[in-house]
Design a protein around this ligand. Structure first.
Ligand code: GTP
Ligand code: SPV
Ligand code: MN
Length: 583
């Protein structure tokens, strides 16, 4: 029962604006989830999959035009434009709200308003944020139940929380891309999303609260909200499991890294990865002076395309039960799902993501390139025993990854914290299918946060520098990674996936001061002989190539970064400018 007067009057306001036929409070219980699944099978919003092979699994197909995040329609609506900064689309809050009110007025007519009280982060942790999402999409309501923490205990806590929770308003409307807006109001702790029901645009606890508003709150409150996977690394050369955060732009391998299954010989030697989170990390300095990370999410919203037993067996196992798939192929013969590259056994009688009869001979794609699965995090077979620790995990290293076919080395270490912040600030990576627009276009994506930093990026860099100053010698070490160097035929040189353990091995040895490194323009690069290539089909020559930095390309990069830095509408931290000027 909600007794909080702020919440009651907000719900009343929402009712008057959106005019729902009825209201359902979502409590996260299994009984209610089952009921919602049954209702959505009747309406056709979900298709029940083979319950013997995939218990609790369902398939959803989205609107054809609504398959990925829309960065050009995502806005930071704060009073002053400079506070959003040039990397964000800005909209005056009053004008934005007026437009959104017009678009969504009466849009819940004949529909149910689902009210989802949720928490990002465990409520027994000092590090959580409460929110209430309203939505007219049963699919979005169920996805929020998987991805966040929903339950009676959260409603109880909300009763005591006065006005201290995020208002998340989601209206599917007609899913019209012309009227699609994802708007964030950091100053009034509100998100409004209209005309999309896709993950990052509609599951508002995730990118909208945990990253865009989260980063803004973090700046004010002294912590960091980052687009980072979190995992534990066990090696035979240390008794201690080291926890690592990895920032990679969307679609560049966070889920694969967080659930990495080391190749056989490394596994046999005692290497192991434990997943804490696969997309978002909230980081704060704790009493011991170290940086600790929690995963604010409770589920995995992973990309399907590309996942196979070879590339990410743990993600496959994570999606075997209680999972909602979106925009993959339905196999009519056994009522299971399939997507490109899953295996060599595509269904003979399939239905593609658009709902049409399909088989590979048609030559079209069966699954949408950004098809996804939403699964409970607890399904992950390599889940860390610390994943539910309210304190989070202490971080020893931060990895900054890019998708760059020609420039950045396979791995390199920052010279110190500020140099690491510099490396983060100059990250450029190729665009992927995770957002609408051309793919494979190189663009600046500092810390993988270009689409997610909810305030001026210059202040964000300063915040990173300030955190480093507070951490002093307890700061995690910072590394750059790039799995994506290609040869003259355009093929990836590094085998990647399970073999990335070889790079993590070098990183862990650096942390233990067991190996030296070579100082170069980009940072400290491994000596070739320190990367274990045992039983791997890659020549020393190739390794040399992907560890090296082309001088010409680097000089071009420096010129490019200077031009990027000159675009900042607020002064950049001197620490970064000085590093750039020294090239
Ligand atoms: P978001 O959920 O969009 O934030 O993406 P993500 O960062 O979790 O990326 P994900 O793990 O879904 O990986 C996306 C793509 O990266 C897939 O196409 C993978 O095949 C590719 N990928 C991941 N790891 C490697 C690797 O080690 N080598 C190569 N060549 N590709 C990789
Ligand atoms: C990303 O695009 O970075 C994702 C998927 O993780 S979404 O939740 O849609 O943002
Ligand atoms: Mn992501």
């Amino acid at each position: 029962m909600i007794r909080n007067e702020f919440i009651k009057s907000w719900i009343q306001e929402m009712k008057e604006w959106l005019e729902p036929e009825d209201i359902i409070w979502v409590d996260g219980s299994k009984d209610q989830m089952d009921l919602l699944k049954n209702i959505s099978c009747e309406t056709g919003e979900l298709i029940k999959l083979n319950q013997d092979l995939m218990p609790g699994c369902y398939l959803h197909r989205s609107d054809e035009s609504d398959v990925a995040r829309v960065e050009d329609r995502t806005f930071i609506c704060c009073k002053e434009k400079i506070d959003a900064g040039f990397t964000n689309n800005w909209w005056n809050p009053e004008d934005a709200m007026k437009k959104l009110q017009e678009i969504a007025r009466g849009s819940y007519k004949g529909r149910i308003m689902y009210v989802v009280p949720f928490s990002m982060g465990r409520i027994d942790s000092d590090f959580h944020k409460l929110g209430i999402q309203i939505t007219d999409s049963i699919y979005v309501a169920m996805s929020m139940t998987i991805m966040t923490r929903v339950g009676k205990d959260i409603s109880k806590l909300l009763n005591k929380s006065e006005n201290n929770w995020t208002k998340c308003i989601h209206c599917s409307c007609s899913c019209n891309p012309e009227d699609r807006y994802i708007c964030h109001f950091p100053e009034s702790n509100t998100v409004v999303s209209v005309n999309s029901a896709y993950g990052g645009n509609a599951i508002l606890g995730k990118k909208c609260l945990a990253l865009r508003l989260g980063s803004y709150m973090g700046k004010k409150e002294g912590w960091l909200a980052e687009h980072m996977a979190i995992f534990g690394l066990k090696t035979p050369h240390s008794d201690e499991i080291k926890y690592i955060c990895a920032a990679l732009p969307s679609g560049c391998g966070k889920t694969d890294l967080a659930m990495l299954e080391p190749s056989k010989e490394f596994k046999d030697k005692g290497y192991e990865i434990f997943c804490v989170g696969d997309d978002i990390s909230w980081l704060k300095i704790r009493e011991d002076g170290r940086l600790w990370a929690v995963n604010p999410e409770n589920g995995v919203f992973g990309a399907c395309a590309g996942i196979s037993r070879k590339t990410n067996p743990n993600a496959l196992k994570t999606s075997e039960k209680n999972t909602i798939f979106t925009n993959v192929v339905l196999n009519k013969d056994n009522n299971t799902v399939w997507w490109e590259n899953l295996d060599d056994n595509p269904p003979e009688n399939g239905i593609d993501w658009l709902g049409e009869d399909w088989n590979v001979n048609l030559g079209t794609r069966g699954a949408q390139p950004n098809s996804r699965f939403a699964a409970p995090l607890e399904n992950c077979p390599c889940l860390s025993s610390e994943s539910q620790n309210p304190m989070g995990v202490p971080i020893s290293a931060i990895l900054l990854g890019v998708k760059r076919p020609k420039l950045m080395p396979l791995v390199c270490e920052a010279k110190d914290w500020n140099h690491g912040v510099f490396m983060g600030s100059i990250m450029s990576s190729e665009t992927t299918v995770a957002s609408v627009g051309k793919t494979g276009v190189l663009r600046h994506d500092p810390f993988g946060m270009l689409p997610f930093c909810g305030y001026n990026m210059s202040d964000y860099f300063q915040h990173w520098i300030d955190i480093g100053e507070k951490l002093g010698d307890k700061a995690p070490r910072i590394f750059g990674i790039n799995w994506f160097r290609t040869n003259e035929n355009g093929s990836y040189i590094w085998p990647g996936f399970g073999e990335n353990i070889r790079v993590l091995d070098w990183i862990s040895k650096r942390l233990e001061n067991k190996v030296d490194a070579i100082e170069t323009n980009v940072g400290l690069v491994p000596k070739e002989e320190d990367i274990n290539l045992e039983n791997l089909d890659i020549s020393r020559e190739d390794l040399k190539e992907i560890l090296s930095l082309d001088d010409n390309l680097w000089n071009q990069e420096v010129t490019e970064v200077k031009s990027f830095y000159s675009k900042f509408d607020k002064k950049l931290p001197n620490e970064l400018i000085e590093i750039l000027e020294n090239f």
